[in-house]
Design a protein around this ligand. Sequence first.
Ligand code: ZN
Length: 302
Amino acid sequence: MKNYTNRILRISSSFGILFLLIPVCCIWSQSKLQITVSIPPQKYFVEKIGGNLINVTVMVPSGSEPHSYEPKPQQLADLAQSSVYFAIGVHFERAWLERFKAANPNLNIVYTDKGIEKIPMQTEKRTQDSESHDDHTNIESMDPHIWLSPPLVIKQAELIYNALAKIDLINKEIYRKNYGNFVREVSELDTELKKVLMTKDTKVKFMVYHPAWGYFAKAYGLEQIPVEIEGKEPKPADLARMIDKAKESGIKTIFVHPQYSTKSAKTLADALKGEILFVDPLAYDWDKNLRNIAQQFKKAIK
Ligand code: ZN
């Protein structure tokens, strides 16, 4: 009998830590609402509103681009842990949201671009042909980069808040408070960017390889000049035209994104005796990133 008790004691002491840890870890991770988003800036927005009540996973890792991303099988499997997916309207979602839902039928898919009026994706060709108004604006040609405009992020924040408050009703008050604070922060950023970019005398123009900054330009009265033509590198004739345009506008800096080729941007910059500068439309540090980029755009034109 004594022997038996000793054995039990020995077994439970060697497993005791495990027995204690398992429930604690599971209660802890389940108490956080598990959320998946498409791109890093959304993680920033959702964390601002969800605070430490949530845990956010990003589908398109930094450095990849969300137009043609292909999720890994492990990412599909991991979706089983998520209760919410915040979609934003980037192109890969169209092919994948159905499959996400199939991988986890309980997944709540929330569209945070709902109610946001999209503008056509700017391309050099479109600018040139603007007289001949053949406006076949299909969904493929609409600009998905709505996370780069603070006024539009305020709209997205409202949809994020509504979804969190509905799914996790008990914590509604916390989400509401965080949401209020976030809206205030974004409004302050908006005011600040207007001061930097909306100067009376000159219109800030910038040349960028992939035209991700359409909504940003619209919000702050800037002119975005894209290098990429309909998703492809420009041909030598297009480049020659762009060199003239850049010279006319006093542009010496060509902006590029880490997710894209810098080949034609480099050719342009060399022809202008200028430089290429990296900016990242997908950075997680959303507010710092936009502040920094506003300064870069402004500095690029003399
Ligand atoms: Zn893009």
